[in-house]
Write a protein that binds this ligand. Sequence first.
Ligand SMILES: Cc1cc2nc3c(=O)[nH]c(=O)nc-3n(C[C@H](O)[C@H](O)[C@H](O)COP(=O)(O)O)c2cc1C
Length: 177
Amino acid sequence: MTEDIKLDMGAIEAVMQLPPAPVMLLAVGEKEQNVTTIGMFNVFSVDPTIVGIGIRSSRYSYKLLEETDDFSLNVPGKDILDHVVRCGHHSGSRLNKFSEIGLTPEPGKRIRSPSIAECPLNIEVKKLEQIDRGDWDHIWYMGKVVHTDVAKNYDRSNVLLYWDGEFRTPGPVLKKL
Ligand SMILES: Cc1cc2nc3c(=O)[nH]c(=O)nc-3n(C[C@H](O)[C@H](O)[C@H](O)COP(=O)(O)O)c2cc1C
């Protein structure tokens, strides 16, 4: 039993050393709308394009995800790092994060949830399925990408990565294939 726990802790520590994932702003909801910072993100299929996010069931965003058929994932640049931090520290159950933190909801093109005007890459997703593996209450919502908007001035080197408590931007390109 003790051996199992040690092995589990080793796995968690090792996983935390994996290279970082992109930071996203999740926007969800139709009449009630909310925006939240997300680090648990993955691409599950390229064609068809299926992405997923992990959300704890204690989040206000979880309630809205349960009520809504879709959501948007919005890639912030480093210019709105403060907004990203605040969206990850306040709950929409107590505060309208769009107006109080200063982000602009834009109508989705193919979904009912909004996207975020300040983000240079917007990904509209229609929910397909959800998976609960019992991980600290995280539920994975997987969905099909139905529309994307990429700003002309989108600069990959300005996107945010989150790694074990630290926000970063990607480092320099070392080699091109
Ligand atoms: C960098 C960062 C990444 C985060 N990633 C997630 C995540 O993937 N899933 C999650 O449930 N919460 C995540 N959080 C925490 C939520 O953003 C935070 O609890 C937020 O206040 C929830 O807001 P809500 O209640 O309006 O949904 C993250 C926070 C930060 C700062």
